[in-house]
Structure formats: C-alpha cells, structure tokens
Ligand binder design. Structure first.
Ligand code: UGA
Length: 433
C-alpha cells in the first residue's frame, strides 16, 4: 500500500515519517516548494525531538519521497491523507479552502480506487463535503472512499505520541475503508475506535476543546487561590487523584497557546452556534485564557510599580517546551504589552528565538539564560523548558539589578527561591518574602 501525504506541516510530516517507519512507501507533498526542497535534502523545517534523525533515516532507505507535484502524489498513492492547514477566518469559522482545493485536485486525478483520509482538524460534516466535491469534479466513475482519522499528537512529543497514541480514531462508512486503515495501524498497539465519520470529526474537536476547558478551569481556580492564600498546585494535585478528573492538563499559568487550542476552541464554538446551540461555555474558556496576560502584567506592575524603562528578562518564547513553534504563544502578547509600557526586553529561548526575531527584530536576545539577566529588573518565565528548572540562583541574584521573578509556569518552589532573597510571583499561589 502506497501512502500520499498532502501537507507536510507538524501533523503531515510526523504522519508521513511514522508510516514510513512502519514499512509503507510514503510520498510527501506540500505546496510550499521551498519546504519540499529542504525535506528532499534531509533538512527538517521544524524542531521536533527525533524528527530530524527519522527523516534522514527514511530518506536513506527510500521509504519516503518528497514530490513537488500534487498530481503525481495522488496518482502514485492508494491512500491519501489530507493534512493541510485549516486556519481561522476573521469571524471564528474555520477556513476550509485548502481542504476543498485538495479534494478537487484529487477528484480530477483519480486513476483507480483510493481512500481519502482527512487528518486535519475539521468541523463535523467536512468529510461529507469532501465526498461531494470529489463526486462533482471527478470525470470518470471511479470508486473511492472518504474517512476521518484525526491526529492527537502534541508538539514537543509528536513522534512519541504518534507511535504510542492513547487511541486511534477511525471514522469510516465502508468495510473496505475500515480494513485499509486497520492494516495501516496494525503494528501500533492502541485501542482502535471505529465509528461513523461525523462522530470521528466531533471526537477530535471535542477533545481539544475539553482540554482547553480544563486549563481555563484551573486558571480560574488559580485566581481564587491567589485571593485567598491557597495553593493551586496542591488544589490540582488534590483534584487530580480523582480518576474521573485526572491530574493532567491542570497546570495553571500563563494559559494555552499554539496552533491548535486557540483555533479549535473558536471553531468548535462557531460550529455549535451555527446549529443554533449554546456553546458559550467555550467563550468563557477563551476569555479566561486571554485574561492570563493581564494577570502577568499586573504581577509585574505590583512588583516594579511602573514598567517604563525597566529591563525585563524573558525566559521562554515558544508556546510550550521542546518546540520552536511560537504560533499564538503567550509570549507574543506579553511582549507587545511590555513594549506598549515602554519596558526594555531581553529574551532567551533554547529553540524559538529565530522565529521570534522575525516578529520582534528590535528587542534584545541573549545567547543563554544568564546573559539576559544582566541588570534586569525582573525575570519573567513564559515557557517551562527543562533548562530553566535547574538554575544557579546565586548567580542569577548577582546578575540581576533587582531580585524579582514572575513565573508564568510555576516551575520553582517558594522556599528554594526565598533562600536567595528573591521576590517570587508564581500563578495561583502566594510566596510573600
Ligand atoms: C494539542 C493536543 O494536546 C493534541 O492532542 C492535539 O493533537 C493537538 O493539540 C492538535 O490538535 O494538533 P499541542 O497544542 O501540540 O497539542 O500541545 P499541548 O501539550 O496540548 O499544549 C497546548 C497548550 O496548553 C500549551 O500552550 C501549553 O503550555 C498549555 N497547557 C497545557 C497549559 O497551560 N496547562 C496544562 O496543564 C497543559
């Protein structure tokens, strides 16, 4: 079975390399010619642990080939995964024009039975639109199936998640499509949930919206903890022991970012509303998340009085650790707010600085975490990279002008920081010196 992957972003590239490693011949295609050129030469366009090495290995063994031509990709493949972007329109609805375009091109180039699988996160009923589009535009009476097989991998642990998923969701409407997808995932040991296509599409959107809701819920409680002197970490731990709740995704802080949660919460709200349903719960999720930025700025002001001409060192720019991705990263909003307040910024991130420099070429950047602390009035932690967790507090204290740490990710313990006479402002817990 030959597999075509259209769209080699995070999901597409990881999926392509996973299937290649599982022993299938894979053709990867993207409309970005520069990206295809890089991939052909074994250059991974994104930072993701293990991806670079796997790309080189699969190119060497010829398990994967990257093609500029989408038509060739379609013609050579038995199963085609649509992994193109589904960005947000200004009104919050998902923009499905790329999915439509790919469906049309598939229709015009069907040269035998194909299974067309949507992997991109799409609104319920999108597969029905893909099916209709293929029927409308295909010239000959060639059989095909459409399926939904949503992806649940997380950036920063994409390959690990792809090879060890919690579940594989297979949304199909024919036995033939089901058998093909089961064959593709035969070697992956995970529960395989076989459902109708609409159900599969909703499972994906509902999962992301639910996880975002968990984060906003704990952030809402974090605000109450701060007002009352309680400790959000311990509240989350106490709640998390309940198997029905679970400890994961109850980390309070600067809020969620990235290319998925903000977009998917908005899209799911839009989808519910478009059927006349009250999905306003998701508006609250979004509002709470947005207000995290106010909280962090308030904390800085509480510590520094006003921010004019104050030097703020920032640790962490990516939306989460182990990625260079800054899409919808809280750091972007925070830096914009700080610049408005006329603060001076010196930032450091292990992987995301090049991407950040494209947006903010005029702030200062450091070569390491200590360099940015020189003469800083405060340190602001925005991403919980491992290298920020083990630090030399004595050295930090010497470098900084005033000993203030505002921690948007709660990575330190109060007693530890207090030993070095830092004023420490975490999220949802109090640490008065
Ligand atoms: C998310 C989902 O977790 C994946 O299952 C899904 O496949 C993916 O979206 C997608 O739809 O493509 P991702 O956005 O890569 O994955 O990363 P997460 O680990 O989910 O983190 C998302 C954001 O939530 C990050 O900004 C993170 O810092 C924040 N977060 C996460 C918290 O603020 N608190 C938590 O407890 C957990």
């Amino acid at each position: 079975m030959k597999i075509g992957i259209i769209g080699t972003g995070y999901v597409g590239l990881t999926t392509a390399l996973t299937f290649a490693k599982l022993g299938f011949k894979v053709y990867g295609n993207d409309k970005d010619k520069e990206k295809i050129e890089k991939l052909k030469n074994g250059i991974c366009p994104i930072y993701e642990p293990g991806l670079d090495e796997l790309l080189k290995e699969m190119l060497e063994t010829n398990q994967i080939e990257f093609l500029e031509d989408i038509v060739q990709t379609i013609k050579l493949s038995d199963v085609i995964f649509i992994c193109v972007g589904t960005p947000t329109n200004p009104d919050g609805s998902p923009d499905l024009s790329q999915v439509e375009e790919v469906s049309r091109i598939i229709a015009e180039n069907l040269n035998g039975y194909k299974l067309i699988v949507e992997k991109s996160t799409v609104p319920v009923q999108t597969a029905q639109w893909i099916k209709r589009t293929i029927k409308l535009y295909s010239h000959r009476d060639i059989e095909f199936d459409v399926a939904s097989n949503p992806e649940f991998l997380r950036e920063g642990s994409a390959l690990k998640d792809a090879f060890n998923p919690d579940r594989i969701v297979i949304g199909v409407e024919s036995e033939r499509a089901k058998e093909i997808l089961l064959k593709l995932y035969e070697k992956i040991n995970a529960p395989k949930i076989i459902v109708d296509i609409n159900t599969a599409e909703i499972i994906k959107h509902a999962s992301n919206a639910f996880l975002a809701m968990k984060i906003s819920f704990i952030n809402m409680v974090a605000d109450l903890c701060e007002k009352t002197g309680a400790d959000i970490k311990k509240v989350a731990e106490g709640m998390g022991y309940d198997k029905r709740i679970g400890r994961e995704f109850l980390n309070a802080g600067i809020g969620y970012g990235g290319s998925c949660f903000p977009k998917d919460v908005r899209a799911f709200y839009y989808i519910g509303s478009s059927y006349g349903l009250d999905f306003s719960l998701l508006l609250a999720v979004e509002n709470i998340n947005n207000s995290r930025i106010d909280r962090i700025i308030e904390k800085l002001k509480k510590a520094l009085w006003n921010l004019n001409n104050k030097k703020i060192a920032i640790w962490g720019l990516s939306f989460k650790p182990n990625t260079d991705d800054i899409r919808e990263a809280p750091s972007i909003k925070v830096v914009n707010r700080l610049l408005k307040e006329n603060a001076t910024i010196s930032a450091y991130d292990p992987k995301a600085m090049n991407n950040f420099k494209k947006l903010f070429p005029n702030i200062m950047y450091g070569n390491d975490k200590y360099e940015v602390l020189k003469n800083a009035n405060a340190l602001l932690i925005l991403t919980e990279w491992d290298e920020f967790k083990n630090v030399d507090f004595g050295k930090m204290r010497e470098l900084m002008r005033t000993p203030i740490i505002v921690d948007g990710r709660n990575i330190f313990e109060c007693e530890e920081v207090r030993k070095y006479n830092f004023e420490y402002y975490p999220m949802g817990r109090s640490c008065i010196v």
